[in-house]
Design a protein around this ligand. Structure first.
Ligand code: BMA
Length: 373
C-alpha cells in the first residue's frame, strides 16, 4: 500500500512539473516534446539547416551530410524550409520531394525535424523580404485572406504527407520567425502587434483544428539583434501569441556570435550570448516550456575556433546544462556561404572538438525520441 501511495504521489509530482504541449498532440509528438525537455537538462542538441539536402560541392545524395563528413556523426536536429510551397522547389532550389525524403530519413534515424517558413508575400507574391503592409489584408475578412489560406493548405498537405506507416512525423514548426526585425513582410514595422498575434493564432488554429494536424510543436523565435537585454523579458514577449499557441521559447541569435554590423567587442558579445540564453531558458522555465537557440551562425566562420570559442563557451553555464534543448546553425550553400565546415575547410578540427564536447549532443549521442522507453 505504501509503495502504491508513493508511486501515485510521485506520478502526481512528475505530471505537475512535466512540460506539456499547448494542445493535444499525437503520442509521438508528445514523446518528442518530453524528450526535448529532458534532453535540455543534459546537453544541447546540435542542428543544421538543410543538412541532408545539400552541402558544399554536393547535392541530391540522400544520407550525405557535411556535418557527418567532418565529424563522423549526423546532427540531431534537421532544419528545413517550406518557402514557395506552392511550387516544386523551395526558395533555396530544393525539390519538395527531396525535403520530404530527408524528413523521413531523419525521423527514421531518430532525428528531430524543424521547419521554418520563408513564405512569399500573399498580397504581392514577392518573396518573404517583400515588405509591405500585408498582415491586415490576409487576416479573415481581408482582401487576400483566401490567398493566404491557399498557402496554408499547401503547407498542411505537405506536413500531412510526412509520415511513416500510420505514424505522423513530429515537426517543430517555426513560422514568422524574427518578427521583431524589419526584413520580412511579417516584421514589426509592417503591422500592429495585435495583427501579428491574430495572424499567428489564425495560422496555428487553422493547422491544428481545420487541418487536424496533431504532429506540430510550435516555435516562437524573435531575433536577438532587436532585443534590449536590459529589458529582455518584456522585449522578448513582443508579439507573443499566448501560451496556448507556443511550445518552444526560441531565439535567433546571429548578433552575439560575430554579426558584421555588431560593433560590440567580441568578449562582450560572448557575455550577451550567455545572457540571451539565460533569458530564454528562464522564460521557458516560468512558462513550463522548452527553450532553444533556433538559429545562430557565422557565414564563412572566419575565426579558427568559432564553434568552440564563440558559440560553445558562452553557452556553457559553469558546467551546468544551459537549459536550451537545441542550437541550430544555418545552411551550407557553397564555398562562399556555409555555416559548418566542409571536408578540407580550416575549421574542421575546431568543429570536431565541438562535437566531442560532452555538452553537445549529435545524433549518435541520443536515444531515439520516438521509441518506447
Ligand atoms: C537566409 C539566406 C538565404 C536563404 C534564406 C532561407 O538566411 O540563407 O540565402 O534563402 O535564409 O533559407
Amino acid at each position: 500500500m505504501r509503495i502504491f501511495l508513493t508511486a501515485v504521489l510521485l506520478f502526481a509530482v512528475i505530471s505537475t512539473y512535466a512540460q506539456e504541449l499547448s494542445y493535444k498532440a499525437n503520442s509521438n509528438t508528445r514523446k518528442l516534446y518530453s524528450f526535448l525537455a529532458e534532453s535540455a537538462k543534459k546537453g544541447v542538441l546540435f542542428g543544421h539547416q538543410d543538412d541532408l539536402a545539400y552541402g558544399v560541392g554536393w547535392k541530391n545524395k540522400l544520407g550525405n551530410s557535411d556535418v557527418k563528413l567532418v565529424t563522423g556523426d549526423y546532427p540531431a536536429v534537421f532544419g528545413w524550409d517550406l518557402g514557395k510551397i506552392h511550387q516544386s522547389q523551395n526558395l533555396d532550389s530544393v525539390e519538395f520531394d527531396q525535403i520530404h525524403q530527408g524528413i523521413v530519413y531523419a525521423y527514421k534515424m531518430g532525428g528531430i525535424n524543424t521547419i521554418s517558413w520563408h513564405t512569399n508575400n500573399p498580397v504581392t507574391e514577392g518573396n518573404a523580404w517583400d515588405k509591405k503592409e500585408t498582415i491586415k489584408h490576409i487576416l479573415p475578412g481581408g482582401s487576400h485572406h483566401q490567398k493566404y489560406v491557399d498557402k496554408l493548405d499547401h503547407l498542411a498537405k505537405f506536413i500531412k504527407q510526412c509520415k511513416v506507416g500510420f505514424h505522423q512525423i513530429p515537426i517543430v514548426f517555426r513560422p514568422f520567425h524574427e518578427h521583431n526585425g524589419d526584413w520580412f513582410w511579417w516584421g514589426k514595422p509592417f503591422c500592429t502587434e495585435q495583427e501579428f498575434i491574430d495572424l499567428w493564432r489564425f495560422t496555428v488554429d487553422y493547422l491544428r483544428k481545420d487541418k487536424k494536424l496533431k504532429n506540430l510543436i510550435i516555435a516562437f523565435s524573435p531575433d536577438r539583434s532587436r532585443l534590449d537585454l536590459s529589458n529582455g523579458k518584456n522585449q522578448y514577449l513582443y508579439g507573443y501569441p499566448g501560451d496556448n499557441y507556443v511550445d518552444i521559447i526560441g531565439l535567433d541569435d546571429y548578433w552575439d556570435v560575430g554579426h558584421s554590423h555588431n560593433q560590440t567587442p567580441g568578449e562582450q558579445q560572448k557575455l550577451h550570448l550567455s545572457e540571451s540564453i539565460a533569458l530564454i531558458s528562464q522564460i521557458a522555465l516560468e512558462k513550463n516550456k522548452v527553450a532553444a537557440l533556433t538559429e545562430a551562425g557565422k557565414a564563412g566562420l572566419e575565426s579558427d575556433n568559432w564553434f568552440t570559442n564563440t558559440l560553445l563557451n558562452p553557452i556553457k553555464n559553469n558546467g551546468n546544462p544551459p537549459g536550451i534543448a537545441w542550437m541550430l546553425v544555418w545552411r551550407n550553400a557553397n564555398m562562399n556561404y556555409f555555416y559548418v565546415p566542409y571536408k578540407g575547410q580550416k575549421n574542421e578540427a575546431d568543429f570536431k572538438e565541438f562535437e566531442a564536447d560532452p555538452l553537445t549532443l549529435f545524433l549518435g549521442d541520443i536515444k531515439n525520441p520516438y521509441k518506447k522507453k
